[in-house]
Write a protein that binds this ligand. Structure first.
Ligand SMILES: *Cc1c(COP(=O)(O)O)cnc(C)c1O
Length: 354
């Protein structure tokens, strides 16, 4: 399939690269492709960034048949542009699609579409340390009808946003609170997918936690509220007595690409890494015994986010004196180094746009 490209006649002014924040600015173009039952994915185009005309009965408004992804493009010192593990994102998108009865994408074509869009808007990629071009692919159900069933038509859209750091704290440690009342997902549900509904359901706990001075919630399992799952939009790792532990993928946790990259890096450094069940009591016991050495979140947006304070019930755990730990820093340096081409990529994780 050939992508039809229509360039904007009115390019926007670029934002100040020193105050990008996260997801506030969007580039000049977007990719759009339609799905029609019986015809498949058709009509791929890159067009000027613009609003979508939608009928109020559009199914996505009512039943949230929607999925998304998040990945980044970086400019390298030699002027090249590269993506980080984009095939993994589209493969994961197809897993989300399957759970939500959305038709799958052709993985190679979707990555090609992202590359072409990034190339068209390449002068929007910021180059200051810690900045990048965030890529947001998403699929929405577009049948105009009420009644709960899978839509027969969809749109796959990709938009781009130049971003700085996800948290206003930057790489400084964040405060995370363990959520003991609300739950995010249960096995058999949609926790392993990036579907919009998961995030709508998490807002209440997030709002309460922000009021008490924490920046995100740490979710426990939906059945016993005992085992650790993940943070709002990050997977979570604990370093206890030399062992790096992250909850195993159990159907309710999102299988992060940053998580997978951290596990692969730690193993390549000969460190002990375990994917297993870990309870909040185990973390608290380790803390009391002086063995909780590091806690960090992993995700595309922040890459590595050290946790300086972990609140649970009445307990306030201060980790590594509230400073970034050695392993967190080493992972951050390795991943961002590979992403920006500053260090070699022995795993072939990066994909050149040009
Ligand atoms: C996106 C996301 C992550 C991180 O996944 P990455 O592929 O590393 O960006 C973790 N948890 C949740 C709930 C997410 O939405």
């Amino acid at each position: 399939m050939k992508i039809n490209v229509i360039k904007t006649q009115t390019p926007k002014a670029k934002p100040d690269p020193n105050s990008l924040g996260f997801g506030k600015y969007f580039t000049d173009h977007m990719f759009v492709m339609d799905y029609v039952k019986g015809q498949g994915w058709i009509n791929p185009q890159i067009i000027p960034y613009q609003p979508l005309p939608m009928d109020p009965a559009c199914m996505v408004f009512h039943y949230a048949q929607e999925i998304f992804e998040g990945l980044k493009a970086y400019k390298t010192a030699d002027g090249g542009i590269q993506l980080f593990r984009p095939f993994d994102n589209i493969r994961r998108m197809n897993e989300s699609a399957d759970r939500l009865c959305i038709p799958a994408l052709d993985v190679d074509f979707a990555v090609e579409a992202i590359k072409e869009l990034v190339a068209v808007d390449s002068d929007w990629i910021p180059t200051q340390p810690g900045t990048s071009l965030y890529i947001r692919p998403f699929i929405i159900a577009t049948d105009n009808a009420l009644g709960v069933h899978a839509s027969a038509t969809y749109k796959f859209i990709v938009i781009l946003s130049p971003v700085g750091s996800y948290y206003k704290e930057g790489l400084n440690p964040v405060k995370i609170f363990v959520e003991s009342e609300y739950v995010r997902a249960v096995k058999g549900g949609t926790g392993f997918t990036k579907c919009g509904g998961n995030y709508a359901g998490s807002l209440k706990a997030q709002e309460i936690t922000e009021k008490s001075g924490y920046s995100q919630v740490l979710w426990l399992d939906g059945v016993e509220k005992k085992y650790i799952e993940e943070v709002g939009s990050m997977n979570v790792f604990f370093k206890i007595d030399g062992e790096v532990i992250t909850p195993m993928l159990n159907g309710s946790i999102l299988g992060g690409i940053t998580r997978k990259s951290c596990i692969e890096l730690l193993k390549s450094w000969g460190m002990k890494v375990s994917e297993r069940r870990i309870s909040i009591e185990e973390v608290y016991d380790a803390y009391q015994n002086g063995k909780l050495e590091e806690v960090f979140g992993t995700g595309t947006a922040a890459v590595i986010s050290p946790v300086g304070t972990l609140g649970w019930k009445d307990h306030v755990m201060t980790i590594n004196n509230g400073e970034i730990g050695e392993v967190s820093q080493k992972l951050y340096d390795a991943i961002t180094g590979i992403q920006t081409g500053k260090i070699a990529d022995p795993f072939n994780w990066t994909v050149k746009v040009k």
